[in-house]
Write a protein that binds this ligand. Sequence first.
Ligand SMILES: Cc1cc2nc3c(=O)[nH]c(=O)nc-3n(C[C@H](O)[C@H](O)[C@H](O)COP(=O)(O)OP(=O)(O)OC[C@H]3O[C@@H](n4cnc5c(N)ncnc54)[C@H](O)[C@@H]3O)c2cc1C
Length: 385
Amino acid sequence: MDFRLTDDQRALQDAARGFARKRVAPIVPEIEKSYGVVPEDLRREYGKMGFLGVNYPKEYGGLGFGKLEALIVLEEFARTSAAVAFPVFEALVGPSQTILHHGPDWMKRKILPKVTAGEMMVAASLSEPDVGTALTDMTTRAVITGDKIVINGTKRWLSGGGTSQGIVLYCRLADKPGAAGIGAVYIEKDMPGVSFGAAEQFVFNLGVRNSEVYLENVTVPVENIVVPAPRFKDLIGSFNIERLGNATMGLGVAQAALDLAMSYTQERQQFGKPLCEFQAVQLRLADMATDIEAARLLIHRGAFNAAAGLPSIKDSSMAKAFANEAVRRVTAHGVQLMGAMGLNKSYAMERLMRDSWVWGIGGGHIDLHKINVAGELMGRRFSQR
Ligand SMILES: Cc1cc2nc3c(=O)[nH]c(=O)nc-3n(C[C@H](O)[C@H](O)[C@H](O)COP(=O)(O)OP(=O)(O)OC[C@H]3O[C@@H](n4cnc5c(N)ncnc54)[C@H](O)[C@@H]3O)c2cc1C
């Protein structure tokens, strides 16, 4: 077993780290203050550098690398801030991956080159006002009549609601209960019948507008089906890469917290010596580093095991649940180690603590992923009903 990165992977990591630090980090304070998003011209720069196409074939403007390389790049952006990493997250592990793995050829040719170039973003719309964890209860309905689909319903919590040009919309595509009736359709934000609610207010900045989506007789050709019903397993399977990406966003946040805690505890003095010379401080730093390395190993293993396919449920749920809890522990230690400064806006630690929470809620909460792991261990699914 060789845990070292290859020369190519290290080169990609260095390139992402250098770009994120020099070109992107300077805009983080302003983006955070204004709850803003990455400006479009900068997003196109991400695209020109290849960061939005790491794991896409060259025919779609990608670099032709695999998932591991994509996650290595994503971690470097997340280490700078979750907000500036979001376009990378959405392109490399978001719904464009569902299009890549399951969408029709025309859709791949039309959408993916624009995604990898940073010309457009594609959002994933699953949640509804009454449907969070119980995804298979969704009610948004797409009725197929001849060569057209007519969609009606209300979606919630859409990251990119009103800003992402494309949306992979999860909906009822067949008159069957539960998962059997669910498929996905590609729609665009400017289509007649599509409108968005007010921007949601969160305690952190994910770098996107998040809102409800209202669908009133939205009509698209049947060719816009990304995954037909009943292929829920394929549809949700393509989400496993998103789960490793979610875990990686938390990992980047955790690494940033350790970086800051390391420098702060070496500079700040109490009782006439740097904080890092107190053994209790060292124990916290060691716990932080161990959590981070364990999370990274689980994430990288999930990506490695997937090879050219999609990560398994066990690998992706285990990595996500662990990393989601680890980043909360790590940033809590970080705040504690900085005392009052950990809670003050002069340093990034308070932001990292706020940014640590969302990963264990979005993309399926921590307990759900632990239930997935238990199901995989026992070779059965546990009904939540
Ligand atoms: C910042 C942010 C961005 C998001 N972006 C998107 C997006 O782009 N697209 C999208 O579709 N959705 C998005 N979501 C929604 C996200 O997917 C949901 O929040 C998530 O699925 C959980 O649903 P819920 O919030 O309705 O929680 P609920 O389902 O109401 O659950 C609340 C809590 O109850 C407990 N619980 C629920 N069910 C179980 C169970 N079976 N077993 C044990 N415990 C349980 C858990 O502790 C859980 O955290 C986003 C959410 C956030 C916070």
